[in-house]
Design a binder for this molecule. Structure first.
Ligand SMILES: [Cu+2]
Length: 473
C-alpha cells in the first residue's frame, strides 16, 4: 500500500486498510492524515463506528467528533491548532484560538486498547503543545512544553503516539503558554469507550466542556488575564440561548460527561431526574459505590460522568447552579436598587441626560424583555424565549427535552413540551384568599420587652442577691 487516497480517509470508523502490514513507531513515510475542519457551531450527528469495536458514539452539543483513519493497527487523527471564529450564540462571534476550525476542538473518540497516533499541526503565531488530560502514557507523550518535549513551533507538526490504557472521560488542552491559550479557547474532549460493547452501554451519551471567556461588550477577543470575572460562562464555548437542547427518548438511559477547564467549580443541576454519579477523573465507579445527586459539582480540572433514565417527560432546565454563570455579558459593577424609589433621582438625572431610565428597583427580570440598545457583537445579559415568555437566562443553561416519540439516534429539537391537561401551574381566580397568618412579633397582650429575644439561662435566675452580669465573675 503506497498511497493513502482520500477515499480511504473515512472518518466514521475509518477503513482498515487490508493487507497493510503493522506499522509501529515512526511514521515518516505515511504522510499526514486529512485534517477535517468545521465552520459551524451546530451539533453534528455522532460518528457511528462502521468497523472495529462497536460503541455508542457521543454527541457534543454545538460541536463535532474528529474523523480518523486506520493505518495498520494505528488510529490516526490530525489536529490543527489555529485561530478560529466561534459563534457563541446567534448575534455574537468571538475570535478565539481552537482546533480544526472551532473552539472547543473536535471531540476525539477511540476504544480502550487502541493505539492512537495524533498529528498536531501548529498554525498559531506562537509555540504550543498538547496535553492529554487524564491519560496514562509514556512521559515524552504527555505534552508539557519544556518538560516533556520542545514546544511545537509555528508551522510545524508533531506526532503523539500512545495506547489508551483505560476507558473513560478525558480532555486535551495546551500545556504551553497555558493561561493564554486556554483563555483563548484551546481545549477539547477525549472519550475512550470500553472494549466490551456491552459494558456501561447507554442510549445517549453527551459531552459538556465547561469553559469561560471574558469578552468586553462590543469586542471580539477574550481578555486573557481574567481569572474569575468572566462574562461568558459556556457549555462547549456556547452560551444560552445558543446551546442546543439535549434530546432524549422516554426510557432512554442517558449519560452526561463533564470536563471543567475554567478556574472555578460548577455545580451542574439537572431538573426532573435524579441521576447517579458514575465516573470521575479516576475512572468508572463500580455500581455498588455510585451515588444519587441532583447537582454534580465539577471542580477545576475534573471530569464527571452522570447517568439517569429519561422517564420524566418534559422540558427540563439543565444549568450551572451559580446564578452568575447563567448570565451573559454581565457588568458586576451594576448597583443594586431593589426597594429604592428612583423616581425623584431619575427626574434630576433626566435634566442632564434626557431619556434616562431608572432600572433595577423591582429586580432585573424585566431587563430580559426590554429592547435596550447594545454595543455591536454583544448579547443581552439574560434572554431566551420559552413557550411562556422570556427564560431570563444566559450562559451555562440549556434544556433536556424528553419525549415519547423520538426515533433512536434522532437529536433534533422536538419543539416545546405540550403539558397534559391538569399538569401546569395555574393562576388562582377563585374568591380572594385571606391574609396569610404570620407569627406574632411579641407575646399577645403586652408590649415587647427587651428580654423577649434574649436567651435566659434557667440555672442562673436573677435574684436580688444575684443580679447577673459581669460583676459576679
Ligand atoms: Cu458555573
Amino acid at each position: 500500500m503506497t498511497d493513502i487516497s482520500r477515499r480511504n480517509l473515512l472518518g466514521a470508523g475509518g477503513l482498515v486498510l487490508a493487507g497493510t502490514s503493522m506499522i509501529s513507531g515512526r511514521t515518516q513515510a505515511a504522510g499526514l492524515p486529512e485534517a477535517p475542519s468545521m465552520d459551524k457551531a451546530t451539533t453534528q450527528p455522532p460518528l457511528v463506528p462502521t468497523t472495529g469495536v462497536d460503541y455508542q458514539p457521543v454527541v457534543t452539543l454545538n460541536g463535532w467528533t474528529l474523523p480518523w483513519r486506520m493505518r495498520g493497527d494505528w488510529k490516526e487523527f490530525h489536529l490543527v491548532a489555529e485561530p478560529v471564529v466561534r459563534e457563541m450564540a446567534p448575534g455574537m462571534k468571538a475570535h478565539l484560538w481552537g482546533y480544526n476550525g472551532q473552539s472547543p476542538g473536535p471531540t476525539i473518540e477511540a476504544v480502550e486498547g487502541d493505539k492512537v497516533r495524533i498529528f498536531v499541526t501548529n498554525k498559531l503565531p506562537e509555540a504550543t503543545a498538547v496535553h492529554w488530560h487524564g491519560q496514562t502514557l509514556p512521559n515524552g507523550m504527555d505534552g508539557v512544553a519544556g518538560l516533556n518535549q520542545p514546544g511545537i513551533p509555528p508551522g510545524k507538526t508533531f506526532v503523539y503516539e500512545f495506547i489508551l490504557r483505560r476507558s473513560g472521560t478525558f480532555m486535551y488542552h495546551p500545556h504551553s503558554d497555558e493561561m493564554v491559550q486556554m483563555a483563548m479557547g484551546m481545549m477539547g474532549f477525549f472519550v475512550v469507550h470500553p472494549r466490551d460493547p456491552a459494558e456501561r452501554r447507554v442510549d445517549r451519551d453527551f459531552v459538556w466542556l465547561l469553559n469561560a471567556y471574558d469578552i468586553e461588550a462590543g469586542s471580539y477577543v477574550p481578555k486573557v488575564n481574567t481569572m474569575l470575572d468572566m462574562n461568558m460562562w459556556c457549555f462547549n464555548s456556547r452560551v444560552w440561548p445558543g446551546i442546543d437542547p439535549m434530546v432524549a427518548r422516554q426510557g432512554d438511559k442517558v449519560r452526561m460527561r463533564f470536563g471543567n477547564l475554567t478556574m472555578t467549580n460548577h455545580p451542574i443541576h439537572v431538573h426532573g431526574v435524579d441521576f447517579k454519579v458514575t465516573g470521575t477523573d479516576g475512572g468508572w465507579i463500580p455500581p455498588e459505590r455510585q451515588w444519587f445527586e441532583v447537582s454534580a459539582d465539577v471542580a477545576v480540572g475534573q471530569m464527571r460522568a452522570i447517568e439517569f433514565n429519561a422517564d420524566n417527560l418534559g422540558d427540563w432546565a439543565v444549568h450551572c447552579h451559580k446564578s452568575h454563570h447563567t448570565m451573559n455579558a454581565m457588568g458586576h459593577s451594576v448597583r443594586t436598587y431593589i426597594g429604592v424609589n428612583l423616581k425623584s433621582t431619575a427626574k434630576r438625572i433626566q435634566k442632564i441626560a434626557p431619556g434616562y431610565m431608572p432600572m433595577g428597583s423591582t429586580g432585573m427580570g424585566s431587563m430580559a424583555e426590554m429592547e435596550m440598545p447594545l454595543p455591536e457583537n454583544t448579547l443581552p445579559m439574560m434572554t431566551g424565549a420559552g413557550p411562556f415568555g422570556s427564560v431570563e437566562m444566559g450562559g451555562m443553561f440549556t434544556v433536556l427535552k424528553v419525549r415519547p416519540d423520538v426515533a433512536p439516534g434522532d437529536y433534533r429539537d422536538p419543539g416545546w413540551y405540550q403539558h397534559p391537561e391538569g399538569t401546569l401551574a395555574y393562576e388562582w381566580t377563585g374568591e380572594p384568599l385571606p391574609e396569610p397568618t404570620r407569627a406574632p412579633d411579641t407575646p399577645k397582650g403586652r408590649k415587647a420587652r427587651e428580654t423577649d429575644l434574649r436567651v435566659v439561662d434557667p440555672r442562673k435566675r436573677r435574684t436580688a442577691s444575684n443580679p447577673g452580669g459581669h460583676g459576679n465573675h
